[in-house]
Write a protein that binds this ligand. Structure first.
Ligand SMILES: Cc1cc2nc3c(=O)[nH]c(=O)nc-3n(C[C@H](O)[C@H](O)[C@H](O)COP(=O)(O)O)c2cc1C
Length: 175
């Protein structure tokens, strides 16, 4: 087994769904790359794949929604992790509400926050680091997270090496 893959699968990160909106265009995807990245000031970093619709919307959005999934929410993980907003509206059949700054929030996720983007780092890889300041945080008590090991059956809607042509499409005229 590849040593790096073994470390990551043993660490077994929790899965979250990141959402963003630009006008009436909503986006959201399942991610495993995310972490608190500063204590003071409070910061949270998420890494978005350049292949994803969510990345293209998030590039133009000032705020993101970060939703922590519980162990029994495999269905939501599948919905947001295996389909792409390039082809379907993932929010059409998922209950959601408007958070601050119009960020779409998933009603089924009661552990979540809306954050303001403070920085972005593209070091040339297939994911871009987006650093955020959590603004409105909701916690519904302790929960058992849905982990990477629980979603091994899912196949991502976009492979990390895919690139969109043109790079922005629907987002472009709203920038
Ligand atoms: C287990 C798993 C982990 C994933 N981790 C990430 C991640 O950390 N960052 C990311 O941008 N996409 C990640 N993805 C991929 C997206 O969730 C997936 O490609 C999604 O369909 C993209 O939707 P979109 O094009 O509507 O944004 C992951 C997918 C799976 C199944």
């Amino acid at each position: 087994v590849d040593a790096f893959a073994q470390l990551i699968s043993s660490a077994d990160p929790a899965m979250v769904i990141v959402t963003a909106a630009l006008g009436d265009e909503r986006a959201g995807c399942l991610i495993g790359f995310h972490a608190q990245s500063s204590i003071e000031p409070e910061r949270y970093a998420v890494w978005l794949s350049k292949a994803n619709h969510t990345f293209r919307v998030a590039q133009h959005a000032t705020h993101l929604g970060v939703h922590f999934l519980a162990a029994d929410q495999h269905d939501l993980a599948e919905h947001f992790g295996t389909r792409t907003g390039d082809e379907v509206d993932k929010f059409a059949d998922v209950e959601h509400e408007d958070g601050v700054e119009g960020v779409p929030l998933l009603v089924a996720c009661t552990n979540r926050f809306v954050a303001r983007r403070t920085a972005m780092l593209d070091e040339g890889g297939d994911h871009v680091c987006v650093v955020c300041e959590p603004l409105v945080v909701e916690a519904d008590g302790a929960f058992v997270p849905l982990r990477l090991g629980d979603v091994k059956d899912l196949q991502a809607g976009h492979r990390a090496e895919e690139r969109h042509r043109p790079p922005t499409e629907r987002s472009a005229d709203r920038a």
